[in-house]
Design a protein around this ligand. Structure first.
Ligand SMILES: O=C1O[C@H](COP(=O)(O)O)[C@@H](O)[C@H](O)[C@H]1O
Length: 241
């Protein structure tokens, strides 16, 4: 396990630019070393801002977009063209803009791909296993005001899933209700875990996670990277530290 590093940026815009730049550097460095990096994406407000910065900075980055794989920490089990899809958000903001080929974007099932959310979770578990262990080079995680990460919500049974990579979530407290999420067991395999958090409304969750809360109360307390854990914050989200 790694000690957490905390970076506090002035505001959400500065945070997005910093994370996007760091992500592009890491991908380019890995490719220069002959490695095809695997990156875990998240949904949410700050993730969208970061994705747009990635697209803006991409032309100067030297990244080969055909030689990097993208995964998702969670997804909403809705129609493929729903604006609620994390994959749709990421594709519109940067994946399609920079030209990542579809076979490099490992999407979780939509309602068009699976008969049930359970079937969708099982399919993603199989997809992860088919590409190795799910040990992403960098996994990015947004954090909800309630401390949730991916679609692992406080008090929900998925927090205690054993021997699973992906699980179905029903009755999510944040709409839409049906989701697919990687488990703690899977999220903890990543080399680097980057938490992306902005705004006062998340300050309490950040303080609890970094203060060592129980993961059943604050799921964000339950994940670290094997080599590196970074909390990318702005002044608002850091205001209770
Ligand atoms: O529902 C979700 O919420 C979190 C955080 O979203 P935000 O809008 O509060 O930034 C996100 O990380 C997760 O991927 C998503 O499905």
């Amino acid at each position: 396990m790694s000690d957490a590093r905390i970076e506090v940026h002035e505001d959400a815009a500065d945070l997005a630019t910093a994370v996007a730049g760091e992500l592009l550097n890491r991908i380019a460095d890995a490719q220069a070393a002959g490695h095809v990096p695997h990156i875990g994406l998240t949904g949410g407000t700050i993730a969208d801002a970061i994705h747009r910065e990635v697209a803006r900075l991409a032309p100067e980055s030297g990244v080969d977009w055909g030689a990097v794989d993208f995964w998702f920490g969670d997804e909403r089990f809705v129609a493929p063209d729903s604006p609620d899809r994390n994959a749709g958000q990421a594709k519109a903001a940067f994946l399609d803009v920079v030209g990542v080929p579809d076979h490099r974007v490992h999407q979780m099932a939509s309602t068009a791909d699976a008969a049930s959310v359970d079937e969708g979770a099982a399919a993603y578990e199989a997809e992860v296993k088919a590409h190795g262990s799910g040990q992403f080079d960098i996994l990015m995680l947004g954090v909800g005001p309630d401390g949730h990460i991916a679609s692992l919500f406080p008090g929900f049974p998925q927090l205690d899933a054993q021997d699973r990579i992906a699980v179905a979530v029903t009755g999510s407290p944040k709409p839409p209700p049906e989701r697919i999420s990687l488990t703690f067991e899977a999220l903890r395999r990543s080399t680097s875990v980057w938490f992306l958090v902005s705004g006062d409304g998340k300050a309490e969750a950040v303080a609890k996670a970094l203060g060592g809360a129980d993961l059943h109360d604050t799921p964000a307390a339950g994940v670290e990277g094997t080599d590196e854990t970074v909390w990318f914050l702005d002044r608002g989200s850091a205001s209770q530290l």
